[in-house]
Design a protein around this ligand. Structure first.
Ligand code: ZN
Length: 303
C-alpha cells in the first residue's frame, strides 16, 4: 500500500524521541522526528552502528563484530552505554564541525557525509535532525513526550549507540530516495512501514542506522529489517537485559497484556518478548484492530 507522507510541525523536544516524528495528517503515517518538518516531508534518521574499521562505503569486510541489538525488550550493553570517546561533532550535512550540533560515532561520519552528498546530488535536500542521544537525554525525552509509543524507553534507543540518525526529509520523493539509496552507504531504515509488531516501533522513514554496506545491502535485497536479521542470526547481535538500567522507566513488564495484544482506542499494546510495547496507530493514519488472518491485534488500515 502506498501512503503519502505529510508532516506538520513537531516540537523540538519531540525530535529527540526514538519515534518522535512529524504529526501525521490524514493519510500520513507519523514517525520519529525531532524538529519541525515541512509539509509533505518525512524526517528520516539513519542509524550508524558500523564500527570505525568498517565505516568505509567502499570497503565491505566480513563483519566479526557483534552489533548492538536494542528493541523494546533489549537494552544497550550496558544500559547507560555512552560512546563519548568515539563521538565526533558534525553539522546538518554530516561534515565534521566542532560547532555542528550533532554527535555521531566517528566510524560513521564519512559514510554519513557521503549519503547526504549523494542525496543533494540527486536533488533531495535532506539534512540531519538528530543523532546521538545519551541515556539521560532519553530519560528527559521519554518524560516529556506524552504521545504513546513515540519515545523509546531510556536504554532502548538506537540513538544512544551513536550510529543512528534522524533526517529531515523535505518531500515524499526524498523519503523514497532515502529508503532505496541509504544501503549504498551502509545505512538501513530501522523502522519501516508495516513492521511495527516486528520492530516494536511505529514506522519512522527518517530514522536510519549504519550497519555497514554488506549488511545493508543484504537487508535491502532480502526485504528484511535488521530486527528480523537479529532474530534469524542471534549471534550477530549483542544486548543487555535492562536490569542494570538506573531508571524504572527502562523496564516495563507486560502485566495482563499478552503477546497477541489489545487495543485501547487507536493505541496498540502488546507483549514484546516480555516487555510492554505500545504504539498509537493513529500516528500513521491507521487504527488498532484484529488482523484478518490471525488472532493478533495490530495497526491496520483505517478503512
Ligand atoms: Zn530516530
Amino acid at each position: 500500500m502506498v501512503r503519502r507522507f505529510t508532516w506538520t510541525s513537531c516540537a523540538v523536544v519531540t525530535s529527540l524521541v526514538a519515534g518522535c516524528g512529524p504529526r501525521a495528517t490524514p493519510s500520513a503515517p507519523v514517525e520519529e522526528q525531532r524538529s519541525p518538518v515541512p509539509a509533505d516531508a518525512a524526517p528520516m534518521t539513519p542509524d550508524l552502528d558500523a564500527p570505525a574499521e568498517s565505516s568505509s562505503v567502499e570497503a565491505s569486510p566480513p563483519r566479526q563484530e557483534r552489533l548492538p541489538w536494542v528493541n523494546p525488550a533489549r537494552c544497550a550493553l550496558p544500559c547507560t552505554y555512552d560512546p563519548q570517546a568515539r563521538l565526533v561533532s558534525v553539522d546538518n550535512n554530516g561534515v565534521l564541525d566542532p560547532a555542528g550540533g550533532h554527535l555521531v560515532d566517528q566510524s560513521i561520519q564519512e559514510p554519513l557525509g557521503a549519503l547526504v552528498r549523494a542525496a543533494h546530488t540527486a536533488g533531495h535536500k535532506l539534512r540531519i535532525e538528530s543523532a546521538f542521544r545519551s541515556y539521560d537525554d532519553q530519560v528527559r525525552l521519554y518524560r516529556q513526550i506524552k504521545q504513546v509509543g513515540r519515545a523509546a524507553r531510556p536504554g532502548h534507543s538506537e540513538h544512544q549507540l551513536g550510529t543512528a540518525i534522524d533526517f529531515r526529509l523535505p518531500t515524499s520523493a526524498s523519503i523514497a530516495w532515502l529508503a532505496q539509496n541509504a544501503p549504498d552507504h551502509g545505512f538501513v531504515l530501522s523502522y519501516p512501514d508495516g513492521k511495527q509488531r516486528i520492530t516494536g516501533y511505529r514506522p519512522e522513514p527518517w530514522h536510519v542506522r549504519h550497519v555497514g554496506p554488506q549488511l545493508a545491502n543484504e537487508l535491502r535485497t532480502s526485504g528484511l529489517t535488521l530486527e528480523e536479521l537479529f532474530r534469524a542470526r542471534p549471534a550477530l547481535g549483542e544486548s543487555g537485559s535492562c536490569e542494570d538500567c538506573p531508571q524504572p522507566a527502562s523496564r516495563r513488564a507486560c502485566g495482563t497484556i499478552k503477546a497477541a495484544g489489545t487495543c485501547d482506542g487507536t493505541v496498540l499494546h502488546w507483549c514484546y518478548d516480555d516487555a510492554l510495547a505500545s504504539v498509537d496507530c493513529a500516528a500513521f493514519n491507521q487504527r488498532c484492530g484484529r488482523t484478518r488472518s490471525s488472532d493478533v491485534f495490530d495497526c491496520i488500515d483505517a478503512r
